[in-house]
Design a protein around this ligand. Structure first.
Ligand code: DC
Length: 230
């Protein structure tokens, strides 16, 4: 498909801070609409994982980007593969959360991942979740949502999630870690976490997942109706 035709395919951009629940919400919205789903954070996690495996320092921007350009990353049936090995679980550790946030500050790495992300824009549509979906990667997205919750709510959710998986969890450490990651994601020079001017703010502290999903779907319907009336 040529670029112009691809640019007419609708995108719903769901951005927000770590552990805001945007991944769960974005995936459910995609399922409801029969759209594809891009978990852009997973790409940064894979890069953190692969560079660590290759002994590359996460602070070395050029080496990290060069490694990323050579990676064979595939998404299949909600699993993520690196060189044909399923690494879906290995990239979800707290170490890789931190590593992803560290490698994500590098402009050459962000540039190296742009084309790969654009390729996810396939008919009938895409729900893309991340930090810069609405601001940098899909600035023409049909609907932009900025999904957030207080740091305490997010820390509590992550805490319960870890306990639910039978993993060790310490609320105070999780809270500190989230604050550190928020500061890095918001403070970096390249594509920082910021709400797009035309995004809709969705605060989920007092919303269930189903309510958040419905709000996104209603806003999408609304946008489509408005477009048809123009
Ligand atoms: O969404 P996540 O927690 O899986 O993302 C992991 C890290 O990747 C996050 O701390 C910042 C980075 N990231 C980014 O910089 N840009 C994106 N579009 C998605 C994630």
């Amino acid at each position: 498909m040529n670029k112009t035709a691809q640019n007419t395919i609708p995108v719903i951009a769901v951005d927000g801070p770590s552990a805001s629940g945007k991944g769960t919400v974005a995936q459910l919205v995609a399922d409801k609409l029969g759209f594809g789903y891009l978990d852009s954070g997973a790409l940064y996690r894979v890069v953190a994982f692969a560079t660590k495996q290759n002994g590359i320092d996460w602070h070395n921007a050029e080496a990290v980007a060069a490694c990323a350009r050579k990676l064979d990353i595939q998404f299949k049936n909600e699993q993520i593969y690196l060189n044909n090995t399923d690494i879906s679980e290995l990239i979800r550790t707290e170490e890789m959360s931190k590593g992803a946030s560290q490698v994500a500050v590098h402009a050459p790495l962000r540039a190296a991942l742009i084309d790969l992300q654009h390729k996810f824009r396939q008919a009938p549509g895409l729900v893309a979740d991340g930090r810069d979906m609405g601001t940098v990667i899909f600035p023409d997205a049909e609907l932009k949502i900025f999904l957030t919750a207080s740091t305490e709510t997010r820390a509590e959710r992550r805490y319960k999630q870890l306990l639910g998986k039978g993993l060790p969890a310490n609320y105070a450490n999780i809270l500190l870690d989230l604050q550190e990651r928020d500061a890095r994601d918001k403070g970096r020079a390249s594509a920082p976490l910021v709400m797009a001017a035309d995004a809709i703010l969705l605060e989920t502290d007092n919303l269930t997942i189903a309510e958040a999903v419905n709000t996104v779907l209603q806003n999408f319907e609304h946008k489509k109706l408005n477009k048809n009336c123009k």
